[in-house]
Design a protein. Structure first.
Length: 261
Protein backbone atom coordinates (compact mmCIF):
# COMPACT_ATOMS: atom_id res chain seq x y z
CA UNK A 1 0.00 0.00 0.00
CA UNK A 2 1.29 3.44 -0.94
CA UNK A 3 1.98 5.61 2.08
CA UNK A 4 1.48 2.67 4.42
CA UNK A 5 0.75 3.92 7.95
CA UNK A 6 3.34 3.67 10.67
CA UNK A 7 1.88 1.84 13.65
CA UNK A 8 2.98 2.46 17.21
CA UNK A 9 2.56 -0.18 19.91
CA UNK A 10 2.13 1.25 23.40
CA UNK A 11 0.70 0.50 26.83
CA UNK A 12 -1.24 2.66 29.25
CA UNK A 13 -2.34 2.04 32.83
CA UNK A 14 -6.10 2.14 33.36
CA UNK A 15 -7.66 1.27 36.74
CA UNK A 16 -4.38 -0.30 37.83
CA UNK A 17 -4.28 -2.47 34.70
CA UNK A 18 -1.74 -2.33 31.87
CA UNK A 19 -3.66 -1.94 28.60
CA UNK A 20 -1.95 -2.49 25.25
CA UNK A 21 -2.99 -0.46 22.21
CA UNK A 22 -1.83 0.26 18.68
CA UNK A 23 -2.25 3.58 16.90
CA UNK A 24 -1.66 5.03 13.43
CA UNK A 25 -2.96 7.69 11.06
CA UNK A 26 -4.24 11.20 11.59
CA UNK A 27 -7.51 13.05 11.50
CA UNK A 28 -10.67 12.26 13.45
CA UNK A 29 -9.93 9.74 16.21
CA UNK A 30 -11.49 6.34 15.55
CA UNK A 31 -11.59 3.88 18.43
CA UNK A 32 -11.82 0.26 17.23
CA UNK A 33 -13.40 -2.10 19.77
CA UNK A 34 -12.59 -5.69 18.87
CA UNK A 35 -14.49 -8.99 18.72
CA UNK A 36 -14.92 -11.41 21.62
CA UNK A 37 -12.27 -13.59 19.95
CA UNK A 38 -9.87 -10.64 19.88
CA UNK A 39 -8.07 -9.13 16.92
CA UNK A 40 -4.83 -9.59 15.02
CA UNK A 41 -2.44 -6.70 15.65
CA UNK A 42 -2.34 -5.85 11.96
CA UNK A 43 -5.10 -6.11 9.37
CA UNK A 44 -5.49 -4.59 5.89
CA UNK A 45 -8.68 -2.88 7.05
CA UNK A 46 -6.78 -1.10 9.83
CA UNK A 47 -4.19 0.19 7.35
CA UNK A 48 -6.99 1.41 5.10
CA UNK A 49 -8.82 3.16 7.93
CA UNK A 50 -5.57 4.83 9.02
CA UNK A 51 -5.47 6.61 5.65
CA UNK A 52 -8.46 8.68 6.82
CA UNK A 53 -8.52 8.49 10.63
CA UNK A 54 -6.40 8.51 13.76
CA UNK A 55 -7.00 4.82 14.48
CA UNK A 56 -6.70 3.60 18.08
CA UNK A 57 -7.05 -0.15 18.72
CA UNK A 58 -6.90 -1.19 22.39
CA UNK A 59 -6.86 -4.80 23.55
CA UNK A 60 -9.51 -5.17 26.24
CA UNK A 61 -8.22 -6.07 29.69
CA UNK A 62 -7.52 -9.81 29.65
CA UNK A 63 -7.50 -10.06 25.84
CA UNK A 64 -4.47 -10.00 23.56
CA UNK A 65 -1.48 -8.30 25.13
CA UNK A 66 -3.43 -6.45 27.83
CA UNK A 67 -3.21 -7.42 31.48
CA UNK A 68 -6.20 -9.12 33.07
CA UNK A 69 -8.22 -7.10 35.57
CA UNK A 70 -9.32 -9.76 38.05
CA UNK A 71 -12.17 -7.61 39.33
CA UNK A 72 -13.74 -7.01 35.90
CA UNK A 73 -17.09 -8.81 35.52
CA UNK A 74 -19.33 -6.96 33.04
CA UNK A 75 -19.41 -5.39 29.60
CA UNK A 76 -20.05 -2.07 31.29
CA UNK A 77 -16.74 -2.45 33.18
CA UNK A 78 -15.00 -2.90 29.82
CA UNK A 79 -16.80 0.18 28.49
CA UNK A 80 -15.72 2.34 31.44
CA UNK A 81 -12.10 1.31 30.92
CA UNK A 82 -12.29 2.30 27.25
CA UNK A 83 -13.79 5.66 28.22
CA UNK A 84 -10.74 6.14 30.43
CA UNK A 85 -8.40 5.27 27.53
CA UNK A 86 -9.95 8.01 25.41
CA UNK A 87 -9.59 10.50 28.26
CA UNK A 88 -5.92 9.59 28.84
CA UNK A 89 -5.14 9.89 25.12
CA UNK A 90 -7.07 13.19 24.81
CA UNK A 91 -9.07 11.80 21.89
CA UNK A 92 -11.81 14.38 21.38
CA UNK A 93 -15.18 13.54 19.73
CA UNK A 94 -14.01 10.19 18.36
CA UNK A 95 -15.86 7.80 16.13
CA UNK A 96 -16.66 4.53 17.93
CA UNK A 97 -16.34 1.43 15.76
CA UNK A 98 -17.53 -1.68 17.60
CA UNK A 99 -17.10 -5.16 16.12
CA UNK A 100 -19.40 -7.89 17.44
CA UNK A 101 -18.77 -7.97 21.19
CA UNK A 102 -17.00 -4.64 20.72
CA UNK A 103 -20.27 -3.28 19.32
CA UNK A 104 -21.87 -4.02 22.67
CA UNK A 105 -19.03 -2.16 24.41
CA UNK A 106 -19.42 0.80 22.02
CA UNK A 107 -23.16 0.95 22.70
CA UNK A 108 -22.56 0.97 26.46
CA UNK A 109 -20.11 3.83 26.00
CA UNK A 110 -22.62 5.79 23.94
CA UNK A 111 -25.21 5.49 26.72
CA UNK A 112 -22.70 6.78 29.28
CA UNK A 113 -21.76 9.89 27.33
CA UNK A 114 -24.54 10.76 24.84
CA UNK A 115 -22.75 13.74 23.27
CA UNK A 116 -19.11 12.64 23.53
CA UNK A 117 -18.82 10.84 20.18
CA UNK A 118 -19.13 12.09 16.62
CA UNK A 119 -20.44 8.83 15.12
CA UNK A 120 -21.22 5.30 16.28
CA UNK A 121 -20.71 2.29 14.00
CA UNK A 122 -21.89 -1.09 15.29
CA UNK A 123 -20.95 -4.17 13.27
CA UNK A 124 -23.05 -7.27 14.07
CA UNK A 125 -23.20 -6.14 17.70
CA UNK A 126 -23.96 -8.37 20.63
CA UNK A 127 -25.67 -6.85 23.66
CA UNK A 128 -29.36 -7.33 22.80
CA UNK A 129 -31.22 -10.62 23.13
CA UNK A 130 -32.34 -11.55 19.60
CA UNK A 131 -36.10 -11.63 19.05
CA UNK A 132 -35.46 -14.38 16.49
CA UNK A 133 -32.83 -17.10 16.86
CA UNK A 134 -29.94 -16.86 19.31
CA UNK A 135 -26.33 -15.72 19.65
CA UNK A 136 -23.99 -18.62 18.85
CA UNK A 137 -22.76 -20.23 22.06
CA UNK A 138 -18.99 -20.56 21.83
CA UNK A 139 -19.04 -23.03 24.75
CA UNK A 140 -20.42 -25.77 22.51
CA UNK A 141 -17.77 -25.60 19.77
CA UNK A 142 -13.97 -25.31 19.71
CA UNK A 143 -12.43 -21.84 19.78
CA UNK A 144 -11.01 -22.29 16.27
CA UNK A 145 -14.44 -23.29 14.93
CA UNK A 146 -15.94 -20.25 16.65
CA UNK A 147 -13.47 -17.95 14.88
CA UNK A 148 -14.20 -19.74 11.61
CA UNK A 149 -17.93 -19.19 12.15
CA UNK A 150 -17.30 -15.44 11.91
CA UNK A 151 -16.57 -15.85 8.19
CA UNK A 152 -18.97 -16.79 5.39
CA UNK A 153 -16.16 -17.90 3.07
CA UNK A 154 -13.40 -19.97 4.66
CA UNK A 155 -10.88 -18.64 2.17
CA UNK A 156 -11.38 -15.25 3.85
CA UNK A 157 -10.60 -16.82 7.24
CA UNK A 158 -7.46 -18.40 5.77
CA UNK A 159 -6.38 -15.10 4.22
CA UNK A 160 -6.43 -13.51 7.69
CA UNK A 161 -5.15 -16.34 9.89
CA UNK A 162 -3.29 -18.65 7.47
CA UNK A 163 -1.89 -21.72 9.18
CA UNK A 164 -3.17 -20.96 12.65
CA UNK A 165 -0.25 -20.64 15.08
CA UNK A 166 -0.06 -22.05 18.59
CA UNK A 167 0.06 -18.47 19.90
CA UNK A 168 -3.19 -17.69 18.09
CA UNK A 169 -4.88 -20.79 19.49
CA UNK A 170 -3.82 -19.79 22.99
CA UNK A 171 -5.09 -16.25 22.42
CA UNK A 172 -8.50 -17.59 21.33
CA UNK A 173 -8.63 -19.87 24.37
CA UNK A 174 -7.94 -16.94 26.71
CA UNK A 175 -10.44 -14.75 24.83
CA UNK A 176 -13.12 -17.40 25.31
CA UNK A 177 -12.38 -17.58 29.02
CA UNK A 178 -12.66 -13.78 29.26
CA UNK A 179 -15.94 -13.83 27.33
CA UNK A 180 -17.41 -16.25 29.86
CA UNK A 181 -16.11 -14.12 32.73
CA UNK A 182 -17.70 -10.97 31.31
CA UNK A 183 -20.84 -12.18 29.51
CA UNK A 184 -21.93 -15.64 30.63
CA UNK A 185 -25.26 -15.17 32.44
CA UNK A 186 -27.11 -14.03 30.43
CA UNK A 187 -24.91 -15.06 27.49
CA UNK A 188 -23.71 -12.15 25.37
CA UNK A 189 -26.57 -9.75 26.01
CA UNK A 190 -27.56 -7.19 28.62
CA UNK A 191 -30.85 -6.95 30.47
CA UNK A 192 -30.29 -3.23 31.13
CA UNK A 193 -28.92 -1.98 27.80
CA UNK A 194 -32.30 -2.01 25.97
CA UNK A 195 -33.61 0.49 28.53
CA UNK A 196 -30.52 2.70 28.33
CA UNK A 197 -30.10 2.89 24.54
CA UNK A 198 -32.70 5.64 24.16
CA UNK A 199 -30.23 7.96 25.92
CA UNK A 200 -27.61 7.43 23.19
CA UNK A 201 -27.82 10.47 20.91
CA UNK A 202 -24.83 9.72 18.66
CA UNK A 203 -25.64 9.33 14.94
CA UNK A 204 -25.37 5.59 14.36
CA UNK A 205 -24.75 3.11 11.56
CA UNK A 206 -25.66 -0.55 12.05
CA UNK A 207 -23.63 -2.83 9.75
CA UNK A 208 -24.41 -6.54 9.40
CA UNK A 209 -23.01 -9.34 7.29
CA UNK A 210 -25.70 -10.97 5.19
CA UNK A 211 -24.63 -14.44 6.36
CA UNK A 212 -23.81 -13.72 10.01
CA UNK A 213 -23.78 -17.09 11.81
CA UNK A 214 -22.95 -15.63 15.24
CA UNK A 215 -25.58 -12.91 15.77
CA UNK A 216 -28.81 -13.18 13.71
CA UNK A 217 -29.01 -10.49 11.04
CA UNK A 218 -32.65 -9.91 12.00
CA UNK A 219 -31.34 -8.32 15.22
CA UNK A 220 -30.33 -5.27 13.15
CA UNK A 221 -33.95 -4.12 13.24
CA UNK A 222 -33.99 -4.30 17.04
CA UNK A 223 -30.94 -2.05 17.16
CA UNK A 224 -32.47 0.37 14.69
CA UNK A 225 -35.58 0.68 16.84
CA UNK A 226 -33.55 1.09 20.04
CA UNK A 227 -31.02 3.68 18.81
CA UNK A 228 -32.33 7.04 17.59
CA UNK A 229 -31.76 7.83 13.90
CA UNK A 230 -29.80 4.63 13.21
CA UNK A 231 -29.21 3.50 9.64
CA UNK A 232 -28.72 -0.14 8.57
CA UNK A 233 -26.32 -1.48 5.94
CA UNK A 234 -26.34 -5.20 5.09
CA UNK A 235 -23.10 -6.34 3.47
CA UNK A 236 -23.70 -9.01 0.83
CA UNK A 237 -21.57 -12.14 0.87
CA UNK A 238 -20.15 -11.51 4.33
CA UNK A 239 -20.32 -13.26 7.67
CA UNK A 240 -20.01 -11.76 11.14
CA UNK A 241 -16.48 -10.37 10.70
CA UNK A 242 -17.38 -7.91 7.93
CA UNK A 243 -14.23 -5.84 8.45
CA UNK A 244 -12.01 -8.87 7.75
CA UNK A 245 -14.10 -10.56 5.07
CA UNK A 246 -15.03 -7.46 3.03
CA UNK A 247 -12.43 -4.84 4.07
CA UNK A 248 -12.59 -2.58 1.00
CA UNK A 249 -16.38 -2.40 1.03
CA UNK A 250 -16.34 -1.94 4.78
CA UNK A 251 -13.92 1.01 4.66
CA UNK A 252 -16.02 2.71 1.98
CA UNK A 253 -19.10 2.38 4.19
CA UNK A 254 -17.33 3.81 7.23
CA UNK A 255 -15.61 6.72 5.50
CA UNK A 256 -18.76 7.72 3.61
CA UNK A 257 -20.88 7.57 6.75
CA UNK A 258 -18.45 9.57 8.90
CA UNK A 259 -18.17 12.21 6.14
CA UNK A 260 -21.93 12.81 6.22
CA UNK A 261 -22.99 15.93 8.10
Amino acid sequence: MANAPSWSDKAIEIAGTKIHYTRAGKGTPLLVLHHDFGTPDRLPVYDQLAQSFDVIIPHFAGWGRSQRAEWMRSARDVAVMNQAILAELHAEKPVLLGLGFGGWIAAEMATMAPHAFSKLVLVGPMGLKPDEGYILDQAIISYIDYARAAFHEQKAFEAVYGNVSTDQLEAWDVAREMSFRIAWKPYMYSQTLPHLLSSAKTPSLIVWGEHDQIVPVSTARQWQKAVANAKIEIVKGSGHAVEMEKPAEFVKLITAYVAQK
